[in-house]
Design a protein around this ligand. Structure first.
Ligand code: FES
Length: 102
């Protein structure tokens, strides 16, 4: 596990998915209240970019066909097929967002 500085906290706008490309990974950061969550950017359906999706509360809808993910866990909540995208631990420190990658 390695931890990367993914973004400045000020760059992660509440209510809008924020794409990060770092260390060979594409991640989406989502700020909910005082917490930031990180999930993989690639939809498990056909690879749509979740960072281009629409956020509704804790749910992020893929822009291609509307599959929805819980940004807190990466779990796909619609359709309910038991699939998920990867979810990564996040730490906010000194106004920076740190993400732990495998
Ligand atoms: S590629 Fe994401 S819903 Fe189809």
């Amino acid at each position: 596990m390695r931890e990367i500085r993914a973004a400045a906290l000020a760059d992660v706008t509440p209510g809008a998915p924020h794409l990060v490309e770092a260390a060979g990974a594409r991640l989406v950061l989502v700020r909910l209240g005082d917490r930031v969550h990180a999930i993989a950017d690639t939809c498990v359906h056909q690879g749509g970019p979740l960072s281009g999706g629409t956020l509704s509360g804790n749910r992020l809808a893929c822009p291609w066909h509307g599959w929805m993910y819980d940004v807190r866990t990466g779990q796909c909540v619609f359709p309910p097929r038991g699939t998920a995208v990867a979810s990564y631990p996040v730490r906010v420190e000194n106004d920076a967002v740190w993400v732990a990658l495998p």
